[in-house]
Write a protein that binds this ligand. Sequence first.
Ligand code: G6P
Length: 612
Amino acid sequence: MCGIVGYNGSENAAEILLEGLAKLEYRGYDSAGLAVRNGTNDVEIVKAKGRLRVLAEKTNDGKALKGTLGIGHTRWATHGEPSENNAHPHISDDRNVVGVHNGIIENYQELKEKLLRHDYTFYSNTDTEIAIKLIDYYMKKYQEGPVDSIARAMMRIKGSYALAVMFKDYPEELYVARKDSPMVIGIAEGATFVASDVPAILKHTRTVYYIGNQQIAKIGKGTAEFYDIDREPIQLEAEEVTWDAEAAEKGGFEHFMIKEIHEQPKAVRDTISSFVKDGNIDLSEAGLSEADLAAVRSVIIVACGSAYHVGLAGQYVMEKMARIPVRVELASEFRYRDPILCADDLVIVISQSGETADSLAALRLAKEKGVPTLGIVNVVGSSIAREADRVFYTLAGPEIAVATTKAYSAQLAAVYALAIQLAAVRKQINEEEYHDLIAELQELPAKMDRVLEDKERIQWFAAKYSNAKDMFFIGRGIDYAISMEGSLKMKEISYVHSEAYAAGELKHGTISLVEEGTLVVGVCTQNGLFEKTRSNMAEVKTRGAYLMGLTSYGNYAIEDTADFTVYIPRTSEYFATSLAIIPLQLLGYYLSVARGLNVDKPRNLAKSVTVE
Ligand code: G6P
């Protein structure tokens, strides 16, 4: 998730662009850049690694760049590590086309090969450079102008993009296009503003156009003309923005956490599309061949917090599906207990930030012992990503709320991919089962959307029980792993004392804490364990507990026991965590809201824990 801005008017562009970019920093930042045109002069480009402040210093807050037409970008790396070279804007070989991009181009490899055949050279590791050079290629080949060349490039590009592009021979115009990545165009007197999100332009105008999917706009000074992908002119209606600036930054959501909860289907879809190629799982981007996986005798997953809970769910999935031994360890424990590791183990370190001190130390320890390591990491170029032998990137985009949601879901998708691939190379599933599992995986994002549609019921329930003091989450197998994450969300943001218990273990202690009105959530997504957990739920009910049941549609017998039930769509039992976690995230969120707490920044907690 990157941030784009553009300006065409009569004031100095760079200063306005920098101000706009500052409003988009929440979208992630590891580098930033500006390109400004001053009449027919050659375009000027300045880029900087790190926060936007570095770019501002380099350009004297934009004053050092002269020109009234320009584009800017803050980057959150998805292809290529964060560096000045990979930062946007990117430019074609003869400086004819310069542009910025937000999104992921899935077929960049194929497009790069095409361009290499036409003598293009590449200086960065970004998919954006390919998009810009593809536009340049069509510009030269057909000589029908910017709209035509952008449309032709759009027809070739697979994936998502928001593009803002300037052309050498069109010194008064800016061109933009989008598909599945956001972009808004603001019109003021004599000036037009472009941005990935409304906050970047609110200071200047509230009159905006939301350009549609696969549409192109030609931006003049205070004007915008629109075209469809067939280059036909189209009319769009201008709209007035009524949100205040802060609400706008959260896309209209009240908190980043609820926004990120809603971004989960996209995070999972993007992550799945990064490894499913032509109907098969391809982990070559993570550097994992089938032979590499076939050589693995056992897996050790090491992580902290929610990432550890991904490991716990992953353990059930991998062991059952691939029949491979899996150990899951808290990084803070692993690093100090001289773990027994063998050369044919695979140590997987899961981390959103890639900077968690204990997880990094665990990785270094595994490397010291000569064991192959794999990082499942969200932040490109982070320490764990740099130091692990191989990296499997999750594509959740930047996560702002301290309590993780979408990164957790994307990590699960990565773990499923490994499980399926391990199962295939170990011949534990046949061809048909392999493809059924991939098809099921690809259906998860739509099913996650359906779970989100039911959020009002959870909101109601949370409001009713907002005074809860203690809460217990119980389940068996994968449902126990789900319970652990549900319980953590509750503690983290709602400050309700909560515990997750393996349902069968309840009677060995915890049940003595259950009294009249204690809230207990029973998670029952696994058919073979449904009746077992349901009888544990009945046990706590007879001791006065108020019971929430969480199960799949069809398991209506749960209503005989639970006082309140939430259903999730049916999916393979292996992937149930991805759906069942959403109501529990929502429960933690709405309880925190009902109690008037600081949801996005809970007390005493940090997003990235870089001390042990
Ligand atoms: C912190 C965050 C958690 C996260 C954990 C591990 O405690 O609040 O949400 O799960 O760190 O972080 P990592 O970046 O390694 O996934």
